[in-house]
Design a protein around this ligand. Structure first.
Ligand code: NAP
Length: 293
């Protein structure tokens, strides 16, 4: 039987509707809309399109978007000054600095400068630490979106074996923590480039999440019959038949896995929309906590 296709847009729409309802309730209570400030440094086209999509989602949810554009040659001090200004601005509930920065070595310091209460990406060490300890935290959007997707799709996680490929701080590592938390209760294995015999792990898994950033990481023969495949990867591959000269593919060989998987997310239209929807949810949550409502 062909796999069930997990339509991320559908699940994301439900998350976004709930965020919009919560934003309306917040506005009724406080007299103002929640506000998300997005800092974009430079003119990376992919970053700009992500920022545009986030602004659109804000407007759709009744969240006030604020975009701050800095030139590609902005100094670290200039970026930090903008972040500190947003920290001090009582009307701003969420702050997101779009990554990567033109100077990736500055990312750590810039993220740490964000007020953890406004850190809607959930990347600040305070939020990462609270997540690890199982305390309430602003949680990275892609991992939390995946956990919510599994729940909404009725895919059991308790007691199942989940294999996560990729140990980045924004996807794989926090996801492995979330999947193993009480209430989600998966037995989790975190794989990376030094994992010996990746296929030996993935073939044992009930759920495989692939977040490697490399096409063909998960191939035919690497999963067991009926496994759920969540493909986080977004890779541009040259394709002259497309107007932009490229197409987007995930990290999994989607067509080859369709016959074996029980359920699978497509790329595009799988995990991507969930990430933005969860950002909206985090923004409203940050606003509510700050306002104590
Ligand atoms: P990253 O920081 O580059 O991390 C990639 C991870 O994958 C690393 O831990 C790396 O291992 C591991 N890896 C790479 N190739 C592997 C292989 N062949 N076998 C096993 N492990 C392998 O990437 P990221 O930021 O997590 O992003 C991953 C992908 O997800 C990218 O395509 C990105 O664009 C996409 N993404 C999508 C969304 C969305 O909303 N859809 C959000 C975030 C990211 P080592 O640590 O050993 O190097």
């Amino acid at each position: 039987m062909p796999a069930r296709i997990l339509d991320g847009k559908l699940f994301a729409a439900a998350v976004q509707r709930r965020a919009a309802d919560a934003a309306a309730a917040f506005a009724a209570h406080t007299g103002r809309a929640p506000c998300l400030a997005v800092v974009l440094v430079g003119d990376n086209p992919a970053s700009r399109s992500y920022v545009t999509a986030k602004g659109r989602a804000c407007t759709a949810c009744g969240i006030e978007p604020r975009q701050l554009d800095l030139p590609a040659d902005a100094s670290k001090d200039a970026i930090l000054a903008v972040v500190r200004g947003l920290n001090a601005d009582g009307a701003v509930d969420g702050i997101l600095v779009q990554l990567p920065l033109p100077e990736p070595a500055w990312e750590e310091e810039v993220i740490e400068a964000i007020d953890p209460a406004k850190d809607v990406d959930g990347f600040h060490p305070v939020n990462a630490g609270r997540l690890l300890l199982g305390l309430p935290a602003l949680t990275p959007c892609t991992p939390v979106g995946i956990v919510h997707l599994l729940a909404a799709a009725g895919i059991p996680t308790a007691g199942v074996h989940a294999v996560v490929i990729g140990r980045s701080r924004i996807v794989g590592r926090p996801l492995s923590v979330l999947l193993s938390q009480r209430g989600v209760d998966a037995t989790t294995t975190l794989c990376h480039t030094k994992t010996r015999d990746l296929a030996a792990f993935t073939r044992e898994a009930d759920i495989v999440v692939v977040a490697a950033g490399r096409p063909h990481t998960l191939r035919a023969g690497m999963i067991k019959e009926g496994a759920t495949v969540i493909d986080v990867g977004v890779n541009r591959v040259p394709d002259q038949s497309r107007p932009k000269g490229y197409r987007l593919v995930g990290d999994a060989d989607y067509d080859e896995l369709l016959g074996t998987a029980g359920a699978i997310t497509p790329v595009p239209g799988g995990v991507g929309p969930l990430t933005i929807a969860e950002l909206m949810a985090n923004t409203v949550e940050a606003a509510r906590r700050r306002a104590g409502c």
